[in-house]
Ligand binder design. Structure first.
Ligand SMILES: [Zn+2]
Length: 129
C-alpha cells in the first residue's frame, strides 16, 4: 500500500497542537477527578451522616465514570499522536481511505472516516458526542 497522506505539514502541526492541548486539558480533569476519588471513608459510624455518605458515593461513581471516559479519550489521543509519528495519521483504520482534514479538525483523534464510523456505531449501537 502506498502511504498517501494528503495532509500538509502545516495541517498536521495544527492537528497535533489540538491533540496536545486536549491531552493537557484531560490531564487536568483527571487529576481533579482523582482528587475527588481520594478515599474519604472510614470516618463512618454516625447515622446522621448517612445521607451525606450516600451522596458522596454517588458523586464518586460519577467521577469514576468520567475518569474512565477521560482515560479512553486519552488513549485515543495517544494513539493518534503515535500514528503521526509513524506517518499513518489521517488514514481510516477500516478502509484505508484518507480522512478529510475538515473532519480531523473537528475530531482530531478519530481513526475512521465518516462512512466507516457510522457503520461501526450502528454495529455497536453506541452514539458518541
Ligand atoms: Zn473508512
Amino acid at each position: 500500500m502506498t502511504q498517501s497522506t494528503p495532509l500538509s505539514a502545516a495541517q498536521l502541526k495544527e492537528l497535533k497542537e489540538q491533540l496536545l492541548a486536549r491531552r493537557s486539558e484531560l490531564d487536568g480533569q483527571m487529576a481533579q477527578n482523582l482528587a475527588n476519588l481520594a478515599p474519604a471513608e472510614n470516618t463512618a459510624g454516625s447515622v446522621s451522616q448517612d445521607d451525606n455518605a450516600r451522596l458522596a458515593n454517588q458523586t464518586r461513581e460519577v467521577d469514576q465514570a468520567l475518569t474512565s471516559l477521560d482515560e479512553q479519550e486519552l488513549a485515543r489521543i495517544n494513539r493518534a499522536l503515535e500514528a503521526m509519528e509513524e506517518g499513518s495519521y489521517g488514514q481510516c483504520d477500516e478502509c484505508g481511505c484518507a480522512i478529510p482534514f475538515e473532519r480531523l479538525k473537528i475530531e482530531p483523534m478519530t481513526q475512521h472516516c465518516v462512512a466507516c464510523k457510522s457503520q461501526i456505531e450502528q454495529k455497536q449501537g453506541v452514539a458518541r458526542g
